[in-house]
Design a binder for this molecule. Structure first.
Ligand code: UDP
Length: 469
């Protein structure tokens, strides 16, 4: 058969999902010369294409085409903060038949579909049309493993986790491999919901549908999560761990225009100049990712904590980050003054370049999985302030399993923020520093020739070729 394999990729419509899947698309296009159809929702399709340098992108990836389907929400819907869950239900009802129509209308039948674990309706479509399907979970192996135990957590009475309750520190004993690590407060945020909540039930259904896929792809690396990956192999015969995907791509296509091409928000590169003028490892980078929102009070506590620590900071503040923001008049003058002296604020930073910059010494993060992995790769210790989804799990792994950071979880008063910033930037907790260096080295090793993630991407390419022939 001389025509190349054709892979369709379907991400969940959010920045943290589109980014790793688009990187995977580029790797498959480059490494396997596959024909790729990348399916975004209409809303994100336009945002993404506006920011891509299209001629340069097409030169590098001539066989990658972008297509779109509706997400079922009105154009005014915020699609961020708590209302991001509306996308779960609108995509599985509205996008599902649209996806089916798109697949049958393609001029080349797909060799396989790679679908985001939260878009598991694609497994139904693929089954119906007789197309092989691989599931891509954009979370860590640890969190993916936990999502397969939601029913068990309900049966054991661990759900709902009651916030503020003194039992929040009770250990979770019913998830193999995590008996001595997880407390109730470290469970994914959906575990705070009632057992019959439609959102929780949605996750249970998604996990069960995922198991019908022939293989699982994870954006992690073997050496970081060996025990959890072994557990997942009891559900999926093949698990391709190929992360950190961003660095794998950057190592293959050095300085290419495809770098940062998966951002839905325009990056403000001016902060790099500001970083150039700072001392090595002196700056704390602060970002809460693309989805979570802060209350005005939380925002001020963080701001006071940063200023009181006396450490220079670079802060990415999205225009929609503060949910009840009512103008600069409500920001105390002392904060504005201090920040002019010691801070740089942008709305969206070139995060990979920021974390790789020599003047960055720490990262205050919401513990999104991409940010966590990017920080591990760059050897930057973290201060974690998780809010939703998998973030609680990630921050526990960072602080307890991998010891590459400290966990603020459930509190963000200014004195605690100040203390943790000082601990990371000034006191340099020895165990954290040593572990950060070690894990960065393991991450680097995994993406180079002979490394585990490098090998797994090659294996994925070969396996898709054998489905095709
Ligand atoms: N990001 C960025 N600039 C910013 C903040 C975030 O480029 O100012 C990128 C970051 O590199 C990461 C992604 O946005 O790859 C956020 O994904 P993550 O999983 O960390 O969090 P989410 O946005 O899904 O909550």
């Amino acid at each position: 058969m001389d025509i190349a394999p054709h892979v369709v990729l379907l991400p969940f419509p959010a920045q943290g999902h589109i980014k790793p899947m688009l990187i995977l698309a580029q790797l498959l296009c480059h490494g396997g010369s596959f024909n790729i159809t990348f399916v975004n929702t209409e809303y994100n399709h336009h945002r993404l294409l506006k920011l891509i340098d299209q001629p340069a992108f097409s030169r590098l990836f001539p066989t990658l085409q972008f297509m779109s389907i509706p997400d079922g929400l009105s154009p005014e819907h915020p699609r961020a903060g708590p209302s991001v869950v509306d996308l779960f239900f609108s995509t599985s009802s509205v996008s599902k038949p649209e996806f089916r129509n798109l697949i049958v209308s393609l001029s080349q039948e797909p060799t396989c579909i790679i679908a985001d674990g939260i878009m598991s309706f694609a497994v139904d479509v693929a089954d119906e049309l007789g197309i092989p399907v691989i599931t891509f979970r954009t979370y860590s192996a640890t969190c993916t493993w936990i999502y397969f135990h939601l029913q068990k957590l309900i049966q054991n009475g661990e759900i709902p986790v009651l916030q503020g309750n003194e039992d929040m520190d009770t250990q979770i004993s019913c998830i193999p491999g995590l008996e001595n690590v997880l407390r109730r407060r470290d469970l994914p945020s959906i575990c705070k919901l009632e057992a019959d909540s439609p959102i929780l039930q949605f996750y249970i259904t998604q996990a069960s549908k995922m198991t019908r896929a022939s293989a699982l792809i994870l954006n992690t690396f073997q050496e970081l999560e060996t025990p959890m990956i072994t557990h997942l192999q009891s559900i999926f015969p093949t698990v391709y761990t190929s992360g950190p995907l961003h660095s794998l791509l950057n190592s293959i296509i050095v300085d290419s225009p495809s770098k940062n091409s998966s951002s839905l928000i325009e990056m403000d590169e001016s902060c790099i100049k500001w970083l150039d003028a700072q001392h090595p490892k002196s700056v704390l980078y602060v970002s809460f990712g693309s989805v979570i929102v802060l209350s005005h009070d939380q925002f001020l506590e963080f701001w006071y904590g940063l200023v009181n620590s006396g450490k220079p900071f670079l802060w990415a503040i999205r225009p929609d980050l503060i949910v009840d923001y009512n103008g600069p008049n409500n920001i105390p003058e002392e904060l504005k003054w201090a920040s002019k002296e010691m801070g740089c604020i942008v709305s969206w930073a070139p995060q990979e370049d920021v974390l790789a910059h020599q003047s960055i010494g720490g990262f205050l993060t919401h513990s999104g999985w991409n940010s966590t992995l990017e920080s591990i790769y760059s050897g930057v210790p973290m201060i974690c302030w998780p809010m939703i989804a998998d973030q609680q799990v990630n921050s526990r792994c960072v602080s307890e399993m991998w010891k590459v950071g400290l966990d603020l979880k459930d509190t963000c008063d200014r004195s605690t923020v100040e203390k943790l910033v000082r601990d990371v930037m000034e006191n340099k907790v020895e165990e954290v520093m040593a572990s950060t260096v070690k894990n960065a080295r393991l991450a680097h090793d995994s993406i180079h020739e002979g490394g585990s993630s490098h090998g797994n991407i090659k294996k994925l390419v070969q396996d898709i070729i054998s489905i095709h022939s």
